[in-house]
Ligand binder design. Structure first.
Ligand SMILES: [Zn+2]
Length: 81
C-alpha cells in the first residue's frame, strides 16, 4: 500500500473567532515577504479580526530558479588567536 503525503497543501480555512464566537472562514492575506519565507495573516471575513498568522517557507527549488544571485557570500577571513 502506498500513502501520499498531502500535508503540503494543508492550510487553515476556518479558525475560531472569539468575537463571532464560532468557527469562521478566514481570509489569507500576505503580510510580509522575507528573503526565504512569507508571512501570512488570517483574518475573520466577518469581523476582520486577526485570528492567526503563518510563516510559509519558500521552497529551495523556487528560490534557485527565481533568483540569479548567488546564495553564498564569501565572508571576510577571521583571524583566530
Ligand atoms: Zn469574527
Amino acid at each position: 500500500m502506498r500513502r501520499q503525503a498531502q500535508f503540503e497543501n494543508l492550510r487553515a480555512s476556518e479558525l475560531y473567532c472569539p468575537t463571532c464566537r464560532k468557527l469562521q472562514p478566514v481570509r489569507e492575506r500576505l503580510l510580509l515577504v522575507l528573503p526565504n519565507a512569507e508571512l501570512y495573516d488570517y483574518r475573520c471575513i466577518t469581523c476582520g479580526l486577526s485570528l492567526g498568522s503563518r510563516e510559509v517557507k519558500a521552497s529551495t527549488q523556487a528560490l534557485v530558479s527565481a533568483s540569479s544571485m548567488p546564495r553564498r557570500r564569501p565572508d571576510p577571513g577571521v583571524h583566530g588567536a
